[in-house]
Design a protein around this ligand. Structure first.
Ligand SMILES: [Fe+2]
Length: 292
């Protein structure tokens, strides 16, 4: 069972939805789900077909370090002619000779289901890439941060669908903090964010996140508020890590989607990252000008 110790100093942005309720009204269910997700809420999805053979996958571990940290599902099915792929398959065959094939098959099966469920949940999204990233290495403790990957300077904006599944037999411990909206409201002036006007949304989130929380490896301490969560084995949560301050405290096996979506297909494209950030500059930058 998911355990959440909620902070009174943060909004309660958790929503629980049950896949079985979808049967009665698939369209209404999808609209509600998409609305919550685009709003920046954290949706706990109960009783969905997103599952894995936890017993089997918990027999597999990969060494700590970036080389094995995040592995796309297709790397398990279609080994490539490069060192990264060779290293992974050699490691699995050497250490798990009898489990190698069932594990690769299970990852392929579960990933296909996850893609299918995502399309059923978000039928209007135009998916441009659908990688499922599987982790078998220990993670954490991380510093608090907002993810800031995404479109490069000259690329079209991307919207991401992030579905998480705790595959590990142990709970995955996370903290969630201010949303990006909350950070902007609170610190736009103090962090001098007006100078990023005209820039990409990901630049804004990187700058405000690093201004408050510091960078990876710095271990900056702070008393910023946090919801403390223990995701149980099999928990599925849908949460845009580009819109939430988060840190993994402890965890090992898990799956996270990094599905890329054309933002024009969003239910409300005004909530895309770039649009949100333009809104902060318009609203909060204007307040700053009035105050001075
Ligand atoms: Fe992250």
């Amino acid at each position: 069972m998911t355990k959440i110790k909620k902070s009174p100093d943060l909004p309660d942005y958790f929503v629980e939805m049950d896949w079985r309720d979808r049967e009665k009204d698939p369209q209404g269910f999808s609209e509600a789900m998409t609305g919550y997700y685009e709003n920046g809420d954290v949706v706990l999805l109960r009783n969905s077909p997103i599952t894995a053979d936890y017993e089997l996958l918990n027999k597999i571990s990969l060494p700590k370090g970036t080389a094995y940290k995040k592995i796309r599902d297709d790397r398990f099915t279609r080994p490539r002619l490069n060192m990264e792929s060779l290293r992974l398959h050699r490691y699995l065959i050497q250490h798990y000779p009898t489990l190698y094939r069932p594990v690769c098959r299970e990852i392929t099966r579960a990933s296909a289901v996850i893609r299918d469920v995502a399309q059923q949940l978000f039928p209007h999204y135009r998916f441009t890439k659908t990688p499922c990233s599987w982790r078998f290495t220990p993670t954490g403790p991380e510093h608090m941060h907002i993810d800031h990957f995404g479109a490069l300077e000259d690329e079209e904006e991307k919207w991401y669908l992030r579905i998480f599944l705790n595959v590990d037999r142990e709970p995955r411990k996370w903290n969630l903090g201010y949303t990006l909206d909350g950070l902007a409201e609170r610190y736009y002036d103090e962090a001098g964010m007006a100078k990023w006007k005209g820039g990409r949304g990901a630049d804004f989130s990187r700058e405000i996140s690093q201004w408050l929380y510091g960078v990876k490896g710095e271990n900056r301490e702070g008393d910023w508020p946090r919801h403390e969560i223990e995701w149980a084995t099999g928990d599925v949560w849908i949460c845009d890590s580009l819109l939430h301050s988060h840190q993994v405290i402890k965890g090992r096996r898990m799956m996270a989607t990094g599905f890329e979506i054309d933002p024009a297909s969003m239910q409300n494209p005004a909530l895309s990252l770039d649009s949100r950030v333009r809104g902060y500059h318009e609203r909060l930058g204007a307040l700053e000008r009035r105050a001075s």
